[in-house]
Design a protein around this ligand. Sequence first.
Ligand code: PMT
Length: 405
Amino acid sequence: MTMEPRRILLTVTGGIAAYKVPELVRQLQREGHEVRCAITSAAARFVAPLSLQVLTGATVRQDLFDPSEEGEIDHIRLADWADLVIVAPATANVLGRMSHGLAEDLVGAVLLATQAPILVAPAMNVNMWNHPATQANLELLHAREVNFVGPGVGELACGWEGEGRMAEPEQIVAQVRVLLGSKSLVGETFLITAGGTSEPIDAVRSITNRSSGKMGFALAEAAVSRGAKVCLVAGVTALPTPAGVERVDVESALEMRDVVLAKLGSASIVIKAAAVADFRPEVREEKKIKKESLDPQAGLTLRLVENPDILAEISASKGSRLVVGFAAESEDVVQSALRKIKKKGCDLLVANDISRADAGFNVDTNSVYLVTPDGEVEEIPLLSKREIAAQILDRVEKLRNEKPC
Ligand code: PMT
């Protein structure tokens, strides 16, 4: 169940971050949405209305009193047309106008008239953001259930550092998924593991693997967009936290086990997409092992001991909780997965063929088999990891209907 295309009105106000708006339009369109833009006169100084018109294929609305613009689609019909209104970038000025219901220009009027949810991506100088007037306006808007994404912390265009950077287009799009998602998993709490573990050898060296975390993060994002609560236990990965997700970072398999067991009580669905090391060095040297301290002929021998199998451990006492495992297989994928699901005892196993260059570790696509304990096998052909995540969740929803909490 991928997201239905929706109608999004992107209102743009006058800040330097408006240069990111064309990219935001493209990303929203890539999700299948129809996008229209309305901009303030200040915004038109930062981003060319013509660029937005070419990208959206629609007139960019700017003037409340222009008879030709209003004749095409008046501002009330524009406000009614939208399934979602985004304000990006949102200046301190527009936050003030929104909180006080001021509608002296087209953007203000649309924001007051719309019944659609509103998503605001603020962008301004850190002192403007922290000013009590802005903070009071934010409080009012939060109380009216206006949604926010960002701002981020970092270097600002004005030269200051701090809170005030507009959220990146991909973060805004992730929040759009949350707001427009199906809500079919409201009430469920997911515990998802992602990324590889890192098993320390000494103070600087470790044994790890090529997992990027993309598969597990895509699942976390998909679950949130369907209204679930998600705790994401992340091993080694460079990925940013998906919007709306609680994230706990870990390194080793033992740390991952501790966090998983601590969070298990509140989870109704567990998905173990992490690539957990089966073995770890028996001894972790506190200091860096010096090359000079070793006999070059004898080399360095590491003794590895087995890590606990977290998936098998939580499956053994899962009760009404749904547990989904993954299997990274390089040969005999289906047969190995059928054997593995018996051994692990989970409700569903997602097997990927890691011998393929376009599936498994550290790529954006995957191709999987969904395997059940009674031997049912469903093949999902090559798709983006986001699409694979959506299909896995469709299957999880089906299983949940068969096995209610
Ligand atoms: O992160 P990406 O780059 O996007 O790559 C995605 C992926 C290939 C890592 C992912 O799709 C995947 O297959 N994850 C599981 C990798 C793995 O460890 O497979 P396995 O067959 O060794 O383990 C089977 C299952 O047992 C897994 O759910 C694993 O999390 C779990 N396990 C394994 C060992 C262990 N000690 N404890 C475990 O819980």
